[in-house]
Design a protein around this ligand. Structure first.
Ligand code: HEC
Length: 132
């Protein structure tokens, strides 16, 4: 009897930890610049930091990709550029987050990038991937 309660407690704690992980990403706030374009600094960078920062930062650039700065994003990773300004469909980063091109990102165990974040990233690339 006591053991089963212990086990139940363990399961509840696990669900709690899992739930926190799944809801940790902050809601996406799309900010536009004066000319009506999606802002890199106020929209894209915060989304990338939130969804990708744990593995793609200055000090921890998995796949050689640092997503903590505009320069890092535009430089790309070990396999080459990930953003082609003006062409979202051909951009590796879009294929990765929409899970149509390998590597799928974030890795499945780390959850999906928020749909709104993907849409904002797509629009920003289509609008020329400016450092705005
Ligand atoms: C839990 C860790 C983790 C998270 C979170 C993560 N990645 Fe990755 N990413 C990796 C690893 C590991 C690799 C290298 C292995 C590979 O290519 O499969 C990689 C590779 C990549 C590559 C290929 C780079 C190249 O040139 O080969 C892209 C593009 C990428 N990630 C984009 C993203 C984006 C965008 C996000 C956020 C939406 C993200 N990743 C979140 C771990 C992560």
């Amino acid at each position: 009897m006591k053991r089963s309660f212990l086990f139940l407690g363990f399961v509840i704690v696990l669900i709690g930890i899992w739930g926190c992980g799944a809801s940790s990403s902050t809601p996406v706030k799309v900010v536009k610049t004066a000319d009506g374009k999606v802002s890199y600094s106020q929209t894209i960078q915060p989304v990338l930091t939130d969804s990708c920062g744990s593995c793609h930062s200055e000090s921890r650039a998995k796949g050689g990709l640092n997503l903590a700065s505009y320069e890092g994003l535009m430089k790309g990773g070990a396999s080459g550029v990930v953003v082609i300004a003006g062409n979202a469909d051909e951009s590796q980063i879009i294929g990765s987050v929409e899970r149509t091109k390998e590597p799928h990102m974030p890795p499945s165990f780390a959850g999906d990038m928020p749909t709104q974040g993907i849409a904002a990233l797509r629009q920003w690339i289509t609008e020329g991937a400016l450092n705005n």
